[in-house]
Design a protein around this ligand. Structure first.
Ligand code: SF4
Length: 313
């Protein structure tokens, strides 16, 4: 297999093909947004698995300007990873949670730095914070950039979404996906596997939902992990509950990936919080070691993305 290529449709390989072998790096920026399930619009406290760092009020964050964040992020990436091209990634909190004209100012500022080297804009948000005007704004950048919209799906079950205080339903996600039907925007959905009340069969059904929407181009698959500063962290410390071991999670992915459409690009197979924040599960391995473990499990089991679908058709 060519270097960088995996037996599943992996993001590193996708970027390499798309940008002719150039090193493309995501520069994360924080525009100081909050979330509607934290500021009272939809609720308070945020999603129960979310970390306290992202709960810091804007005023207390002392954020440098967006232009400064981009400048520094690019310089770091050029120096540490020899990055040549960049995707500007509005990541923390809900990055469409403001009127469209305000969003435009923020996106424009971030995209103005070394614009000749910027190839993409990636915006992380919630499905209930989108409307046609915001979609049109994002689409207006697609003439010169690849633009993707990253949305938390987390679970396909409303009962789970209520239990984790998402403040939105699965129907909200489907509505948001309809807004970008036939749009030049590409969508990435984020999922969490391992809520203790969801069975393996329930989790495997997430693939059916992803497969149904061709506008979903990317996925970030995560296992549930418990971090300091989250509501779930408090509950877990009081009364620990079952979480995936690495072996179980790799085994789950061996079942999940064959169910996933072949053209969906997998940006991530697991999440990993900083060592000082992570409460559980403690797999006690570095990111690269976890990646290698999962890749090995997939390879040694001869897993092929979408294989179960082609067998069924
Ligand atoms: S997970 Fe996302 S939507 Fe939920 S509180 Fe955290 S930043 Fe906001």
């Amino acid at each position: 297999m060519e270097p960088g290529r995996k037996i599943y449709n992996n993001y590193g390989w996708y970027l390499r093909q798309k940008y002719q072998g150039k090193k493309v790096y995501k520069v994360i920026v924080d525009a100081g947004f909050t979330c509607p399930n934290r500021d009272g619009l939809k609720g308070y406290g945020g999603c129960t698995y979310c970390n306290v760092d992202s709960f810091t009020p804007e005023a207390a964050r002392h954020l440098p300007s967006l232009a400064e964040q981009v400048e520094k992020g690019m310089a770091r990436a050029r120096h540490s990873y020899r990055a040549e091209k960049f995707i500007i990634y509005f990541q923390p909190n809900t990055n469409t949670y403001a009127p469209a004209e305000e969003l435009k100012k923020l996106y424009d500022e971030a995209l103005s730095v070394n614009s000749q080297d910027v190839v993409g804009l990636s915006v992380g948000t919630r499905p209930d914070c989108l409307d046609p005007e915001k979609i049109a704004l994002l689409e207006s950048y697609t003439g010169r950039l690849d633009v993707d919209l990253e949305m938390g799906m987390e679970s396909i079950y409303d009962e789970t979404l209520a239990r984790i205080n998402r403040g939105c339903t699965h129907a909200d996600l489907e509505k948001a996906l309809q807004l970008v039907e036939n749009s030049p925007l590409e969508v990435c959905v984020h999922t969490i596997f391992g809520f203790p009340w969801e069975s393996r069969e329930m989790m495997l059904r997430y693939a059916d939902v992803i497969n149904r929407f061709p506008q979903i181009r990317f996925v970030k698959l995560h296992h549930l992990h418990i971090v300091e500063g989250s509501i779930l962290g408090v509950h877990y410390k009081r009364k620990p509950f079952k979480l995936f071991t690495l072996e179980e999670y790799a085994d789950f992915l061996c079942q999940f990936i064959p169910l996933l459409r072949e053209d969906v690009v997998i940006q991530r197979l697991f999440g990993l919080a900083d060592r000082e924040l992570l409460i559980a599960p403690q797999w006690k391995l570095k990111r690269s070691e976890i990646q290698a473990y999962i890749d090995h499990a997939l390879e040694s089991n001869g897993i092929r993305q979408g294989a179960a679908l082609s067998r069924a058709s």
